[in-house]
Design a protein around this ligand. Structure first.
Ligand code: G6P
Length: 372
């Protein structure tokens, strides 16, 4: 009903707007004296966490992109190799697992059958399992050794939004806790990252203010038949998520690519008028990657692509080449995904709405898929 939507046109619009709170609530009680201290991880004991040799993240859909994003942070901070696998692929290919492997499942609902089966399989093979889940008492957390709940609040819209940002926040807390226990960063370095995480809710609120610009763009693009998304480093999973959102909601053929892969194939798709969203790394924080992505933009612009850039506030280098720009506040590189995803979520909802589609209940999809 309208009152349940709190005045918003859809649950999805409401849930997008709730992301600052979703992250704040996920951080609550898990930061002490400027350090990530996740009480739920005490189930393992520091010696077990210190002895982990490999992490495998299993998830489906949007949750898998949260996992792909977190891989960069876990490897950088805690120096543990991370593989991210779709749950249904993981289980059926004889994965190599042992009791020094930690399997992290990510599931908003905690009921996705493919992910549940992956967790059961991993535990039978001797691996430890942590669940990142948004639903108290769901099946996957019950089948896991420990659970870090995201506290995004109930997510009703089929397409996940606040669930995603809360998942990344929870995974970053995990990564910072692990890095502390494993001594892979100094307490000072850890505190800097924790402070970045704590600054995210306010930056999310700022990012959400661009609704009108996103709305304008969507109304111009209602006849678009295909959209490409490019990203690099942590921007890559965000490109994939942006494409998924458009498929799910606007029924448009959308593909995400790693920007560096452009010249190895996708550039052949560029023809005049082709819209391409580009998640641009920070010119300060990612000084080595920023020029590479700007040169990707120039290459496709020269072939007639219409560029919609998601760029850091004050990034002047992209302006001459972009047809539209959505700005995100300054953040350290690993934290940019939490912000860059927001305009993409908003664009998907706006385009679907402009096309007259039901954004909360897209055709053929279910909120949680409880069959294999
Ligand atoms: C379904 C939903 C997606 C979601 C995926 C994983 O396919 O339509 O939006 O990302 O399931 O759901 P989970 O509850 O496991 O995060």
């Amino acid at each position: 009903s309208a009152s349940e939507k709190g005045g918003w046109s859809s649950f999805m619009a409401k849930e997008i707007s709730e992301q600052p709170d979703a992250v704040t609530n996920t951080l609550r009680g898990r930061i002490h004296d400027g350090q990530a201290v996740v009480p739920e991880l005490e189930a393992f004991g520091d010696d077990v966490l210190a002895g982990i040799r490999r992490i495998v993240i299993v998830a489906c859909g949007t949750a898998a992109y949260a996992g792909q994003t977190a891989k960069y942070a876990i490897e950088k901070w805690a120096k543990v190799p991370v593989d991210v696998e779709l749950s249904h692929e993981f289980r059926y290919r004889d994965p190599v697992l042992d009791d020094h492997t930690l399997v992290i499942s990510i599931s908003q609902s905690g009921e996705t059958m493919d992910t549940l089966m992956a967790v059961k399989y991993a535990r039978e093979a001797g691996a430890k399992a942590i669940s990142i889940c948004n639903t108290q008492g769901a099946t996957i957390p019950r089948e896991s050794d420990a659970v870090i709940y995201t506290h995004a609040g109930p997510e009703v819209a089929v397409a996940s939004t606040k669930g995603f940002t809360a998942q990344i926040a929870a995974l970053y807390l995990f990564a910072l806790h692990l890095a502390r226990v494993r001594n892979t960063l100094s307490l000072e370095e850890l505190a800097e990252q924790v402070a970045e995480l704590q600054a995210i809710p306010e930056k999310l609120a700022t990012t959400l203010l661009q609704g009108e610009a996103v709305h304008q763009l969507a109304t111009w693009m209602t006849d678009t038949r295909a959209v490409l998304f490019l990203g690099r480093h942590v921007g890559f999973p965000i490109a994939l998520e942006g494409a998924l959102k458009l498929k799910e909601l606007a029924y448009i053929h959308a593909e995400g690519f790693a920007a560096g892969e452009l010249k190895h194939g996708p550039i052949a798709l560029i023809e005049p008028g082709q819209p391409v969203f580009v998640v641009v790394p920070s010119p300060r924080g990612s000084a080595h990657l920023h020029p590479k992505v700007v040169s990707n933009i120039q290459e496709i612009r020269a072939r007639g692509a219409r560029i919609i850039a998601i760029a850091e506030q004050g990034d002047a280098a992209v302006l001459p080449f972009a047809d539209s720009v959505f700005h995100i506040p300054l953040a350290a590189p690993l934290f940019e995904p939490l912000l860059a995803v927001v305009p993409l979520q908003m664009f998907a909802i706006e385009l679907a709405t402009a096309k007259g589609l039901d954004v909360d209940q897209p055709r053929n999809l279910a909120k949680s898929v409880t069959v294999e």
